[in-house]
Design a protein. Structure first.
Length: 583
């Protein structure tokens, strides 16, 4: 039996493909079918052929055929053709037109005046690429159609049930535990959990994944009779637009949103509050560039993106698991194709002739080059350091964002020009400059070469503000330690504690009442600075006579005073402790 975890667009499409090929399938969904908590809801998503990457131009052609296949199987129209326009100062319409021509995709490249005459409800100031095969797909109807047809083909759907545990048994099959106490045994498990993927703790090496909360806005058409095309705009803002469908209300509207300005979150902690700054930017763009729309949105909504560093998909097999998400904010248009590719992986129909096992496309592999593993440490506060500051998980991204933007602007390049020089997408560079994604080491190296700066220049300034302690003279806290009972007085001058270190500063005074302190071994590295008096100080098998102004730095061999020569002996001791072992 093949279990599919997640009934969004990718999971539903995979369940449909598996069931129609005659496989036993169990589809598991934590919410209701068609829920609005993830990335697969809504009445409109863009379908387009125009990519600045020949790989995706070819892939959209294959996806188009799979959409028609799904429509035929369901007898329901899902893909509506509207035509699409690409424009904006950073959109290389000429290069994209060349890729479409090479793939045999119908298109036109229009001068601004010609485009303005054809679409008078847009303010056009640069070249426009038009390709008539673009359109919209209804995500809600697609999920419903795939799930219904999967069930009609014999699949079992378990709805309102969350997978809480995953174990690989000795026989190689997988035991899924659910929050209602049931267990499901599967030979193969397809994971299509979208933004919930990082939380599943799969025994699978995942690439770095960034989950962001996105917002979309719907603007009413001033002329309801106009049939609007889809829109892609690349400039200082990176936006898309498409007919809203039912999400925009009873009157015709356009959905307009930023592609790369989401707020980092998780599937568990996200809220559905629309970012007012995004509303202001998008409304300003509509007012300036789309005069055929009322610039005040009639409604707004949020969804989730789950993005890889290179914005390619993750679609690969690892043991009994097939990972079918995320899709980096542009996967909806490929849903039926991804379902077919995932089915091939789950059933070994994409088998390599040498190994006999399913092989993913190199662009979609879990271990593809450039996907440096993201290891995030979240130290827990301990009883002896209750006030340890929480680490800033996004500090590095913010520093790199500022430096990358400064260096790019210093050489006078636009986002599009720099992205082309570096060899990454404009959307990816924009995300880096807005601290919306973790930059892999490979991408960081490319960026540094493109900017002609050392790699170390990009994270420069990463040093966080550090805690400081000021103790006025005579105000050190007297503390009880082992030596106090034999005439050793300790005054704590201060203690610094952070995510990866601890430092203690003490003023120790040895007097006539002091006994020779037995040698003991402590953790950390200690420096002693003599203020007055003279003593013989032992460290391991060595002895040192310390006078005022002398310093002694020790590691972790047993240290301590062996002979008190001239009293009193006040000395400063500072001990630094590194990371504690984690268990």
């Amino acid at each position: 039996m093949i279990a599919v975890v997640g009934a969004g667009l990718m999971g539903a499409a995979t369940a449909w493909q598996l069931a129609r090929r005659g496989h036993r399938v169990t589809l598991i969904e934590a919410y209701d079918i068609g829920h609005r908590h993830g990335s697969s809801h809504g009445s409109s998503r863009i379908f387009r052929r125009a990519y600045a990457d020949p790989f995706y131009v070819r892939l959209t052609g294959q996806a188009y055929e799979r959409w028609r296949e799904l429509e035929h199987d369901r007898s329901t129209p899902l893909l509506r053709t509207t035509g699409g326009l690409d424009m904006g100062e950073d959109r290389d319409t000429g290069a994209i037109a060349g890729l479409l021509a090479a793939a045999g995709v119908p298109h036109e490249l229009l001068a601004p005046e010609d485009a303005s005459e054809r679409w008078p409800y847009l303010r056009i100031t640069g070249p426009v690429l038009c390709h008539p095969d673009a359109g919209t797909v209804d995500a809600d109807l697609t999920v419903a159609a795939c799930v219904r047809r999967a069930i009609e083909h014999g699949a079992r759907a378990v709805v309102g049930t969350r997978v809480t545990g995953i174990d690989i048994r000795g026989s190689g099959d997988v035991l899924l535990r659910t929050d209602d106490g049931h267990e499901i045994l599967a030979d193969t498990v397809v994971i299509a959990a979208g933004a919930w993927l990082p939380d599943l703790q799969l025994p699978v090496p995942l690439p770095p994944l960034t989950v962001t909360r996105q917002q979309v806005f719907h603007f009413r058409q001033r002329d309801p009779s106009v049939r609007w095309p889809t829109l892609i705009w690349d400039g200082e803002l990176h936006l898309y637009g498409l007919p809203s469908g039912s999400d925009g209300g009873p009157l015709p509207a356009m959905k307009v949103a930023e592609h790369d300005a989401g707020t980092r979150t998780t599937a568990r902690t996200r809220d559905k509050v629309v970012d007012p700054t995004s509303r202001t930017r998008v409304s300003g763009f509509v007012r300036d560039r789309l005069p055929g729309l009322d610039p005040d949105p009639v409604t707004a909504a949020t969804c989730l993106y789950t993005t890889t560093p290179d914005e390619d998909f993750v679609l690969d097999r690892h043991g009994p698991f097939v990972v079918v998400s995320p899709c980096s904010g542009h996967g909806a248009r490929f849903a039926p194709l991804i379902g077919a590719m995932a089915t091939d992986l789950a059933t070994d129909l994409a088998a390599d002739l040498a190994t006999g096992r399913a092989e993913a496309h190199p662009r979609f592999r879990l271990d593809r080059p450039g996907q440096d593993a993201a290891v995030a440490e979240h130290p827990e506060q301990t009883a002896d350091s209750p006030d340890s500051p929480e680490p800033d998980d996004r500090a590095l991204e913010r520093v790199i964002a500022v430096r990358a933007r400064e260096y790019r602007q210093a050489v006078g390049l636009s986002v599009g020009e720099m992205a082309q020089r570096v060899g990454i997408s404009k959307a990816m560079l924009s995300k880096i400059e807005n601290a919306q994604t973790a930059c892999s080491l490979t991408t960081l190296s490319r960026l540094a070469r493109g900017l002609d700066v050392p790699v170390t220049a990009l994270p420069r300034g990463m040093d966080d503000e550090r805690e400081a302690v000021f103790v006025p003279a005579g105000h050190g806290a007297l503390i009880v330690r082992r030596g106090t009972r034999v005439g050793h007085e300790y005054a704590r001058l201060g203690s610094l504690r952070g995510a990866h270190k601890r430092m203690d500063a003490l003023l120790v005074t040895l007097t006539e009442q002091s006994e020779v302190f037995p040698l003991f071994q402590h953790a950390g590295t200690e420096i002693i600075y003599m203020l007055e008096g003279v003593m013989v100080y032992g460290h391991g098998k060595s002895s040192y006579t310390l006078h005022p102004g002398d310093a002694h730095l020790d590691g972790e061999a047993p240290p301590g005073p062996e002979r008190l020569v001239e009293l009193p002996i006040p000395f400063l001791t500072v001990t630094a402790f590194g990371d504690s072992p984690r268990h």
